[in-house]
Design a protein around this ligand. Structure first.
Ligand code: DX5
Ligand code: ZN
Length: 211
């Protein structure tokens, strides 16, 4: 696998009292994406932030804004998230009744399409939509919280997807650190989200250790 490894710090683990500095810090130390976790307290048992926060930080960063929508019926939010400055919009396959329609809606705003799969959701769910998807997000924890332990069984899922599609972007999210990053890269993942591991200590060293 020779796809470039992309590091996507998850803002959820940043210090919210100084978001602008936190973002500039990870940007200046070589991160390519900024992973933005939008939670509705319904699809997941937690609430985070939404379009207004994303549009305020957009002015202060050139990172690729990678928005992970953990919300029921994501179609309701896609226009606002697109207008707020997202570059990639990821929806959960489990959260929409008409996934293909949701994919087309994201494309209609000229944004890249990501589809996330919870740990128990099989790859088959998206088999017939893969051609329309830019990035598959393999959840390596159950979504909703930072700081959870990596689920080892997801390595096989990553390998299976990489063998089905050698070119698609495979993102992993949850429990990524200097040890699990090696395993997911070997399995075929190329976009690594990291929250609690990265936002503790020396950001530069942490970003480099994930590559
Ligand atoms: C979890 C979120 C993640 C979270 C990851 O539901 O989607 O992006 O911030 O946090 P860590 O890296 O701490 O597992
Ligand atoms: Zn996420």
């Amino acid at each position: 696998m020779s796809k470039k490894i992309i590091v996507a710090p998850s803002l959820l683990a940043a210090d919210f009292s100084k978001l602008r500095e936190e973002i500039q810090e990870v940007e200046s130390h070589g991160a390519e994406y900024l992973h933005l976790d939008v939670m509705d307290g319904n699809f997941v048992p937690n609430i985070s932030f939404g379009a207004p926060v994303i549009s305020s930080i957009r002015k202060h960063s050139n990172l690729v804004f990678d928005v992970h929508l953990m919300v029921e019926n994501p179609d309701r939010f896609i226009k606002d998230i697109a207008d707020a400055g997202a570059d990639v919009i990821t929806v959960h396959a489990e959260a929409t009744k008409h996934l293909n329609r949701t994919i087309q809606l994201i494309k209609s705003y000229g944004k890249k399409v990501g589809v996330a799969l919870n740990p128990s959701t099989p790859l088959d769910f998206i088999k017939y939509d893969l051609k329309d998807i830019d990035m598959v997000l393999i959840m390596t924890v159950n979504p909703g919280f930072g700081g959870q332990a990596f689920i080892e069984g997801m390595l096989q899922k990553i390998k299976d997807l990489r063998s089905i599609d050698p070119n698609i972007d495979i993102q992993v999210d949850g429990g990524i650190n200097d040890k699990t990053s090696k395993l997911v890269k070997e399995a075929g993942a190329n976009i690594l989200v990291a929250g609690s591991y990265l936002f503790k200590g020396d950001y530069k060293q942490k970003i480099e250790s994930l590559r």
